[in-house]
Design a protein around this ligand. Structure first.
Ligand code: ADP
Length: 378
């Protein structure tokens, strides 16, 4: 089967500015109105975001964009969905071909988090700052859950640097779609996995990626055949902004784990992360301190980034402290080699640390096994 998922971005960037934004008079791409663009099996799906007061004025721009996209090579059908942040029902047009709009496109945007079919629990691995080892922890933690017998999935939502395909040695692979057009997650080391890197052009400028991210996030939940899974681990984008909110809005998170280094500057961010999850009613199941020390042999530890800071911050905010992970070359090397340490060195002391954290989290998830809170955004 050929890869059904191709990025429209490059083509779109060339033509979208030929259609003008009725409010600013600039091209639609330049004025940031294109929230998402994906080409799957010859069907181009584009989300055009209009300011609430100007939806009517955007309808002709929507039609013009559809016409331009339909003329692109490789596009059989174009669906341009006009949305606005205030939740007006999107209006959908179909060109070239008579089939009706695909499921979900004609419905108003979801305002209440819904469960994922066949997925029992969803755990977010988050950090308020990049470079603290969040993805490394997420991938090894997912392997630890799988080693403990849980049917585990790993969803890479880090729009600013999706790295799970590399960490699992899947960088050159692409997902395919099944009979129901849902994307089939790739499988590696006993995990089902998908990455936002397949939907968002990671070479695109940050601002463009940010605009596409919310829509791509929804697709990673709605258009992927995840179930059956005991646990879906999310590698969240770093930070506490709009994308994180979209995720909390779309997925009923069973809980969140925050990864930090012991540094004071990282700890200020941990506080922000805890507050963000509390605001969205997602239980913070604990804090993990990564890069806690470097072993120097003979029992000597070098605390490169300070000592015990994440534990103290967790305690101050009454969040459980889940454990420390030292700086270890083997962890970095296994990440670079695309074979997570927990899977490739199951007897190593580092693996034992991940297994212990997974066990503690499993217990906390079981405690909170009551239905996850429904989140309403008004
Ligand atoms: P983030 O997802 O927070 O941006 P990454 O997981 O990509 O961070 O980690 C950043 C770098 O640090 C990677 O090269 C990774 O291999 C390395 N790294 C993370 N944790 C450790 C650790 N405990 N010991 C050694 N290297 C680590």
């Amino acid at each position: 089967m050929t890869n059904p998922l191709t990025r429209l971005d490059d083509l779109l960037r060339r033509i979208a500015d030929t259609v003008l934004d009725p409010v600013t008079g600039e091209g639609l791409a330049k004025s940031g109105r294109i929230a998402a663009a994906v080409l799957v099996d010859g069907v181009a799906r584009i989300t055009l975001e209009a300011p609430p007061a100007a939806v009517e004025r955007f309808k002709s721009a929507r039609d013009a964009l559809e016409k331009a996209v339909t003329a692109l090579p490789g596009v059989e059908r174009a669906l341009v969905v006009l949305t606005t942040h205030e939740g007006a029902a999107p209006s959908v047009r179909v060109r070239k071909g008579d089939s009706p709009p695909e499921r979900g496109l004609a419905a108003p945007p979801p305002r209440v988090a819904q469960g994922l079919p066949g997925v029992k629990a969803i755990l977010a691995v988050a950090s308020a700052k990049g470079g603290v080892g969040k993805s490394t922890v997420a991938v090894n933690l997912a392997c630890a859950f799988a080693a403990r017998g849980l049917r585990t999935g790993l969803l890479d939502l880090d729009v600013y640097g999706p790295s799970i395909p590399t960490l699992l040695g899947l960088a050159a692979r692409k997902p395919e779609s099944g009979a129901d057009k849902k994307l089939i997650p790739l499988e590696a080391f006993g995990l089902k996995t998908m990455s936002i890197g397949f939907l968002v052009d990671i070479d695109a400028p940050m601002i463009w990626r940010g605009a596409m991210a919310s829509s791509a996030v929804r697709q990673m939940f709605d258009d992927v055949a995840w179930g059956p899974l005991d646990l879906l681990v999310l590698d969240m984008p770093p930070g506490t902004g709009d994308v994180q909110l979209t995720i909390a809005q779309r997925a009923p998170l069973s809980g969140a784990v925050i990864v930090s280094t012991p540094q004071e500057i990282a700890l200020a961010d941990v506080r922000r992360g805890i507050v963000m999850f509390e605001k969205t009613h997602v239980p913070v199941l604990g804090v993990i301190e990564n890069m806690a020390w470097l072993d120097q042999g003979g029992g000597r530890r070098l605390h490169l980034f300070g000592e015990g800071g994440a534990r103290r911050t967790a305690e101050a905010y009454r969040a459980p402290f889940l454990g420390e992970l030292p700086i270890e070359m083997a962890l970095r090397e296994s990440a670079d080699a695309g074979a997570p340490l927990v899977a490739s060195a199951p007897q190593s002391p580092m693996t034992a640390r991940f297994l212990a954290i997974a066990e503690a989290l499993e217990a906390r998830l079981a405690e909170g096994a009551k239905p996850p809170p429904m989140i309403r955004f008004v």
